[in-house]
Write a protein that binds this ligand. Structure first.
Ligand code: ZN
Ligand code: ZN
Length: 128
């Protein structure tokens, strides 16, 4: 069972399935939502997520998109997109153990901060 939590520990969750895909997103929305240069997401089936404690607050950051964060400390945790209702993205760095879940791409690199140099050899795309 994969588990994770926010910074303050208010939100704890478990993921019952297997991760489908992990990538680094450089889009401006992710950057601002997390206050970070980029956000690393891992995709699961939406049914895989079970909150074991706490409350996730949601913010509609753009049409059809709901970003979830801890209601107390604000940690970015989830990303739902109405066009992919069967899947959920989880902020990979909130997992208790990220071993074996390796990102395989960079997306939205047209929004990348100029001082970040990508040299990990992963494919880069200019749209999600
Ligand atoms: Zn929290
Ligand atoms: Zn993004």
């Amino acid at each position: 069972m994969i588990s994770g939590q926010c910074f303050c520990g208010h939100v704890r969750y478990e993921l019952s399935g297997e991760p489908k895909f992990a990538c680094h997103c450089h889009c401006e929305s992710c950057r601002r939502a997390a206050g970070a240069a980029f956000v690393t997401w891992v995709t699961f089936a939406g049914d895989d997520l079970a909150l074991t404690s706490g409350t996730i607050s949601e913010y509609r950051s753009s049409p059809g998109v709901r970003r979830g964060h801890c209601a107390i400390c604000g940690t970015t945790i989830t990303y739902w997109w109405d066009k992919r209702p069967e899947e959920i993205d989880i902020a990979l760095a909130t997992l208790d153990d990220t071993t074996g879940i390796d990102p395989s791409a960079h997306i939205w690199v047209e929004d990348k901060v100029p001082w970040l140099v990508i040299n990990d050899g992963l494919p880069q795309s200019t749209a999600s």
